[in-house]
Design a protein around this ligand. Sequence first.
Ligand code: DGJ
Length: 722
Amino acid sequence: MSIWFNEQEKIFHLQTQNSSYVFCVVEHDALEHLYYGKKIPNDNIKHISNRQIYAHHAHESRDSRVFSASTVGLEISPFNAGDIRTPSVVYDCDGKLDCNRLRYRAHKIYKGRTPLNGLPYSRENDEAESLEILLTDDEGRIEITLTYVVYASVDVIARSQKIKNVGGMSVSIQKWSSMCLDFYGADFDMVTLNGMYLYECAGLARVPLQRGVFKNESLTGTTSHNRNPFIALCAHNADEHSGETYGFNLLYSGNFAEEVSVGSLGDTRLIMGISDTGFCWSLKAGEEFVSPETVLTYSEEGLGGMSRNFHDHIRQNIIEKEFAFSPRPIVINSWEASYFTVSEDKVLALAAQAKDCGIDTVVLDDGWFRPHDQKGLGDWRTETDKFPSGIKGLSEKIHALGLKFGLWLEPEMVNEDSELYRKHPDWILSTSKTPLISRFQYVLDLTRDEVVEYVANRISEELQGAEIDYIKWDFNRYVTEAGSYQMPQGEVYHRQMLGTYKLLSALKNRLGNMLFETCSGGGGRFDLGMLFYSPQIWTSDNTDPYARVYIQYGASYAYPVSALSCHFTRGDCTTGRPSTYDFRYRVAAFGSYGYELDLSEYSAEDKAKFKQYSEQYRKDEDLNLSGDLYRLISPRTDHFCAYMKVSKDKNKAQLTFLELNATGFVESTTIKLKGLDPNKVYKNEETGAILHGATLMNVGLRIGDLYRAKREDGEVLTFYAV
Ligand code: DGJ
């Protein structure tokens, strides 16, 4: 059991393997947050509540001056209801921001969980337990349900909140976050993943909290290349391996906002959810609005422990079960091989050579229905001069070679130069007669069911009978004007996301539930919302392995390595920088591995090398799919990057060491391994050396010795318990 209710004290205690989350019902039936952190016994901890009222802090009671909504922790903080801090929800009934004080009315604890309708969520499993708290306002106009789902073994709590208009008035919501979390004290560093196109997640930022409000927000209609919805709060002394760390993320792929505010009493509040910028949702009588889900984790094992909790939760409970732990396809993708000059002959030529390289899936990227990026998107008509056998015929030929077939789609978009746009100029998101254009395309208005239907029908009709094993789902521009011909503007961004999830589900149903890889011009939509539908995401259009080290290392804070799609490429397409084959392989094998090369440019010797890489990847893929990641040296703070992957039973471990800038310090530096069993004896596959886990973790290895071959290649050492 992981959820307790102390009837007498009215305390709720949510417990995971290593953490406790505690709140209670107090005066005036308010809901007060008491604690989130390391696991504690089921004690009454109400003494921790701040029961001192300061000047200007208002209170409801006329008899006692001990309880003010402004001085205690809250589970939800409505605007205009006594709490003067940053509100987590803002709404009004019939245009009046009046009396929004919320009262606890009832609760429900049950095994399992209820899915979030139309939104991604952490899936039900054998251990999931749910708590639903019902709150109402005094006038009985609205009902609010706060939902907590506990995933005890991975130390994760999932939260979401729902509002229902039960009073028959018109309710207008201006802000509806997924959660409000208060901490007494502000001794935290905040960690965020920033970036930009070609540098996604690479700008890991860590700063001490300051008084004021910090907002991590995306307004691109996606989670964006620029800011990721992951956020962490950790103790100032927390590092990769120890120290209290709280991690948070959202299962959402659109505009989001996270506000971290430090108040005048030195308290910290974190609010996460859909961005309130431009948001306004009207709730008619009987209607309800549900927030996306947010996931929270706590670890005493620093940022590394936090990441491992998230990796486990994502693999076990967010990614579809049939893909999460299964070997991923080793693809050859046509994009960097041919870009828009792709043709059936070229794809078949790739396929003919693929087997020699240990590749099992040939992916036809953009260009199969258009000559360049300026026309045809939305119409989805195969260019039969380039693909005379059609997609069906091509897929059959690829299968006849004993390979699988994958196809690129960008279903949410339409080129201006397309039959679809000429016929339905109102089917795009826009706010003017001269809509802003980007990459010659518009975003289709997926708030309209007929548009979702059209896209699902057109694509499935075009691909009817084709043997497709893999879909790459792209999204190559931001939403810059979220106007719909049918919807109120304040609802469009979120309704567009609901439409996107609907389209994803529809196409998965129609095409068959094959592996989807999502992508948004690289890592522009790298989030848990997408991972609910696709077990892996194209990490970045930047395939220079030196740049990828930073991008992938950053992304690993929030996402399991198997979710990161990484390809061995020429390596120099984006930066012109040379790199060795071994270095390229080692970097790409960090995640789900594949190729993006014109294989005809490579010799038989090269292909034999690629085959070796593919086989090596397959041999070690178990560590990617189900192992634990230990980051040892950060590329952001050092000349090197090093990490370990360790199997759950600690019988296999692999150390990867990469040098990014040649430096003289190498010879005198040691590296201490992590995550091994101290009592097990390990044999190093490459050197034959036999040492205890305790020795490898305390004495470590000399970095100079890791360079037996060439420094520019990096090094990988594999350890097996003997
Ligand atoms: C952006 C993707 O990230 C690339 O891999 C490629 O699929 C192009 N789009 C195709 O237009």
